[in-house]
Design a protein around this ligand. Structure first.
Ligand code: GCW
Length: 676
């Protein structure tokens, strides 16, 4: 049965014209575990694609696929050292040799060759490519393309909606799940080369010898796929595990505890990637507990890892309610520390200033820290976007963020260019995505949620890919190349994020989700004893006059954290993009928008249009029956029904609640609430 466990690794017969242009003789002169994977991939795919059984050789001849690095004489004779040198560690060339049918896949490293082979297979498995004339050089946008698992040691996954963790800590190190290698393969196929195994809300136990032995086994499985292992660490580990009096980063005993721990890890796992740290946020320990700064904490860990080449990813998601606008906090804590971090520290920043909302303006820290290396953190798991029940293609969200111009160094200072080293020439570049993977048969809960894992990897590899291209290649490799299916479902995917914004939090609204679960609507949420930002109306500020959070210069002044001209664009109601309007402004219910509608009416239209879109998605999917296997067809159909129901729940809950302030009717032509 096709149950989704195969991810994007389906094989469809190539057309007869294409088949004949692909040599089935593969020349590989090098040997290693990674080259073995390359061979296995080709041996598996070629017969299924109809190219035929592959034969492997070390001899160069006409009409072959030649794969390798400069270590291979055949490669060295065809691709110049200079050209190879431009590829860096992971880049590759795929080229049809002039004069004979040979295809060359060349790289500097075996991992580059592996990425080249996956790209080659992708070209074969998608319709858009022309392999006859192929000549392509790819160098990844980011050096480190990392998944963050929020997986706990007890097997639960924080904000995970695809079942329990795939890491079976209780079985390791003795027993391995077959999923571990399948996971590595899936990641490598889309260029992901790092994984943080455990939750940022880190249990100190991960650094015990017992757990490190388990980690070591996973690292060994991932290594030939080019994937490095990283760990989230708890800042209090020296005290909790080491029995020290405190975990003060300036305490010499603490420093040596960490450097001993680093030595111990690297003795086992020589290519260990480094640490991810959430400190002084949501009650977790950190350097501020001792009157020290984030820089003191991060640098101390960085010094422990530096002799081994490890890095520290220090998160800027700091969240300690202090009465001021929450959106301003990270910037206030971090920007004054600009320039104080070691070279092997990267500050890991969520795309928005608050939390993975369906839409947020970008975090103003991007561009504001010119002497500190920054990396974006996206959420692949849909914490605030309907969990694995809603079809939401997040590529457009990632793309919107990466393409945003911060103006930090004048026009075209996009977030992608700030974080990939183009603007500030950083020596380390990285990007992270919080994984949506669990032990569900189909890995991600919703068949279409696999596309978000896929899209994260592809964009981390090539920030210039469009969401349309990504959707196209994912659909073709996951379902079918049927042109009607692909074009219809691509449309659904590309519209899906805007739909969720509209039925949850349109026009710049945010955080209307229920307090405990973040799933359904609860704009009236009042939690006894909760943090101040969970008091009712904190984020939307609805009252009889209007709605919206005034972050302009007449309000919390969060706009001032943005560079010019954005700060004045956002500050001014008439220039502020409507998608951020209620993020930055409190406006009267009668305020007139570009559409000519009043704010109240516009809210009603937006909520309704989000619901209507999902109903259209249902109809489109129903037309796809027969074009995909029955199992995935009915499972997606069932999820869309949940999504449509919940979209109405969102619309009704929000409109009926906001109506208690606005006192206005829902426009005549719109559907009436079904929940009352
Ligand atoms: O979005 C919030 C989540 C927490 C999460 C935190 C973070 C890991 O609700 O579950 O904790 O962000 O990013 O640290």
């Amino acid at each position: 049965a096709i149950d989704g466990s195969q991810l994007w690794f389906t094989n469809q017969q190539l057309s007869p014209e294409v088949k004949t242009t692909i040599p089935a003789t593969i020349c590989i002169q090098e040997e290693s575990a990674t080259f073995k994977i390359i061979k296995d991939e080709l041996a598996k795919s070629f017969p299924a694609l109809g190219v035929g059984e592959v034969s492997f050789t070390k001899k160069v001849a006409q009409d072959i696929v030649l794969i390798g690095t400069a270590e291979s004489k055949a490669i060295a004779s065809l691709v110049s050292e200079d050209e190879l040198a431009t590829l860096g560690d992971d880049g590759f060339i795929i080229r049809r040799k002039q004069g004979d049918g040979t295809i060359v896949i060349a790289a500097n490293t075996e991992f580059g060759a592996l990425y080249g082979v996956y790209e080659f297979l992708r070209l074969l498995k998608t319709s858009s490519s022309d392999l006859a004339e192929i000549d392509r050089v790819e160098i990844p946008s980011y050096q480190r393309r990392i998944l963050n698992h929020w997986d706990n040691l007890d097997g639960t996954v924080e904000r995970g909606y695809a079942g329990h963790s795939i890491w079976k800590w209780d079985e390791l190190p003795g027993t391995n799940s077959p999923r571990y290698e399948a996971y590595a393969r899936a990641n490598a196929s889309i260029g992901i080369n790092g994984t943080v195994l455990n939750n940022v809300n880190a249990n100190p136990d991960i650094l015990t010898k017992d757990y490190l032995e388990k980690v070591n086994v996973l690292a060994g499985i991932f290594r030939p796929y080019g994937i490095k292992v990283y760990l989230s660490v708890n800042f209090s580990s020296p005290k909790e595990l080491g029995g020290l009096e405190n975990s003060d980063p300036l305490n010499d005993q603490v420093k040596s505890w960490w450097s001993d721990k680093a030595d111990e890890i690297y003795a086992m796992i020589p290519d260990f990637g480094g640490f991810l740290v959430k400190a002084n946020s949501e009650g977790l320990p950190g350097p501020q507990d001792y009157g020290r700064t984030h820089a003191d904490g991060a640098n101390m860990l960085a010094d422990a890892l530096a002799p081994h080449g490890g890095i520290v990813m220090w998160r800027a998601f700091v969240y300690n309610p202090d009465g001021d606008d929450r959106a301003k906090q990270a910037y206030k804590e971090f920007v004054p520390l600009d320039g104080q971090f070691r070279k092997n520290v990267i500050i890991q920043l969520k795309n928005g200033p608050i939390d993975f909302q369906p839409r947020e303006p970008f975090s103003p820290m991007f561009g504001a820290m010119k002497h500190t290396t920054l990396m974006p953190e996206f959420q692949i798991t849909q914490e605030y976007l309907g969990f694995s029940d809603h079809l939401v293609f997040l590529s457009t969200l990632f793309e919107e963020c990466l393409d945003t111009d911060t103006y930090a160094e004048g026009p075209n200072t996009t977030i992608a260019r700030i974080t990939d080293g183009e603007v500030f020439n950083d020596s380390i570049t990285a990007i992270a995505g919080v994984a949506n993977i669990g032990e569900d048969t189909n890995w991600c809960g919703h068949h279409f949620a696999q596309s978000n894992w896929y899209a994260f990897g592809r964009l981390a590899w090539n920030k210039k890919l469009s969401s349309a291209e990504i959707a196209n290649e994912w659909l073709e490799q996951t379902f079918t190349q049927d042109a009607d299916f692909v074009s219809e479902m691509k449309r659904v995917m590309l519209q899906s994020r805007e739909a969720v914004v509209n039925y949850m939090t349109p026009i710049g609204l945010h955080h209307l989700m229920g307090w405990g679960h973040h799933h359904g609507p609860e704009p009236w949420c009042e939690v006894p004893g909760a943090r101040p930002d969970w008091l009712p109306t904190y984020y939307h500020k609805a009252d009889s006059m209007g709605i919206g959070f005034d972050r302009s210069t007449t309000g919390s002044e969060a706009v001032l954290q943005y560079a010019d001209p954005l700060r004045s664009i956002y500050d001014n109601v008439s220039t502020c993009p409507e998608m951020y309007l209620l993020w930055f402004h409190h406006l009267s219910w009668d305020y007139v928008l570009h559409s000519g509608n009043t704010l109240w009416d516009e809210l009603c239209y937006k909520y309704s249009s989000g619901v209507d879109r999902v109903k259209v998605f249902q109809k489109i999917w129903d037309r796809m029956e027969g074009k995909v296997d029955a199992q995935r067809f009915s499972e997606v159909q069932a999820k869309l029904a949940i999504q449509a129901t919940e979209a109405m729940w969102w619309r009704d809950a929000c409109l009926l609640y906001f109506q208690t302030f606005s006192g206005k009717p829902i426009p005549e032509e719109l559907d009436r609430p079904v929940h009352v």
